[in-house]
Design a protein around this ligand. Structure first.
Ligand SMILES: NC(=O)c1ccc[n+]([C@@H]2O[C@H](COP(=O)([O-])OP(=O)(O)OC[C@H]3O[C@@H](n4cnc5c(N)ncnc54)[C@H](O)[C@@H]3O)[C@@H](O)[C@H]2O)c1
Length: 287
């Protein structure tokens, strides 16, 4: 397939670009910073805030994978995070629809539910939670993920382009995920809080890339978002004990055995089948 990927030299983009190239896709990779680009991939350096640059990408692709993002809150209101992330997605989705791209795959985030970056301590209403969990935004990063999902819905209504959004938890290399688990095991208070706000979710970056491959392998239609994460947690104690300590008001809808994830990914599994394969080795970590 002919594929355009944005954010190609970022954490997830680097792995996805490598995976696409290895699978033999014809990849155009773009980012505003250079990086490790595999042989055979066309790299285009450019800034998504530059309208002419977006125009120059032409959008003659079978699939577009949109991963470019800014995270840093440059100002008190988080305005730049909102403006950039929302306007890039809008423009890329619009161009993809106009040029009849078959599928747009974009990164949403588990932070959409609002707990991850809220200043106040917030808890999910219920667990395990599917995509119907109410969203309570406290920050512009979470809000822009919500807006981008609605933008995908709109362009899907106006075109035959399919939009697939992935609500992923903390994504990183296994080394970084294990370091996060070890810090919790060792009682690092800050990491315990970060992990509790992130609802102890994780996804190895290789699984993020394979999930995207699974989408490319199947026919998608309309606009749908999916919880997509590992089936277990980074927490040092079983999930019910962690919930009792950090989110005591969360209603437990059904039993969560052992270290099971709070996130219900059954919609994802039913649609694309791929199950994350790179899971933390509790025995090795002594948790
Ligand atoms: N890493 C995570 O834990 C995680 C979790 C859930 C969702 N996500 C989502 O996945 C996507 C990718 O995340 P990531 O962790 O790889 O982020 P990242 O910051 O590593 O990569 C983002 C890329 O976007 C590029 N970019 C920034 N400003 C740009 C601009 N003006 N023009 C062009 N490119 C620009 C950056 O240079 C960077 O390479 C994002 O949408 C993010 O919200 C990430």
């Amino acid at each position: 397939m002919k594929i355009l990927i944005t954010g190609a030299t970022g954490l997830i983009g680097t792995e996805v670009t490598k995976t696409l190239a290895t699978a033999g896709h014809k990849v155009t990779a773009t980012d505003c910073k250079s990086g490790d680009i595999p042989k055979g991939v066309k790299f285009v350096l450019g800034d998504l805030n530059d309208e002419n640059f977006i125009e120059s990408l032409k959008f003659k692709f079978d699939a577009v994978i949109h991963l470019a993002v800014i995270h840093e809150q440059f100002d008190d209101r988080g305005l730049k995070v909102f403006e950039d992330n929302v306007s890039w997605a809008y423009k890329i989705f619009a161009k993809s629809a106009a040029h009849k791209v078959k599928v747009v795959i974009y990164a949403s985030s588990l932070s959409i539910y609002g707990t991850v970056f809220s200043d106040a301590w917030t808890s999910p209403e219920f667990a395990p939670f599917d995509e119907s969990l109410p969203q309570h935004h406290h920050d512009s990063y979470a809000l822009c993920k919500e807006v981008n999902e609605r933008t995908a819905d709109m362009w899907s209504n106006r075109s035959k382009t399919a939009f697939v959004g992935l609500r992923m938890p903390f994504v990183n290399t296994m080394k970084a995920i294990e370091a996060h688990a070890i810090a919790q095991r060792d009682g690092n208070i800050k990491q315990m809080e970060v992990a509790a706000k992130s609802l102890w979710g994780y996804l190895d970056v290789r699984d993020a890339a394979q999930g995207i491959m699974a989408i490319l392998d199947r026919k998608s239609a309309g606009s749908t978002t999916y919880n997509f994460g590992a089936p277990d947690t980074t927490a040092p104690f079983p999930t019910k004990a962690m919930l009792a300590k950090y989110h005591p008001n969360t209603k437990i809808l059904k039993d969560i055995p052992g270290y099971g994830s709070l996130t219900d990914c059954s919609r994802w599994t039913a649609a694309y089948g791929y199950q994350p394969e790179h899971l933390i080795d509790r025995k090795k970590l002594g948790i």
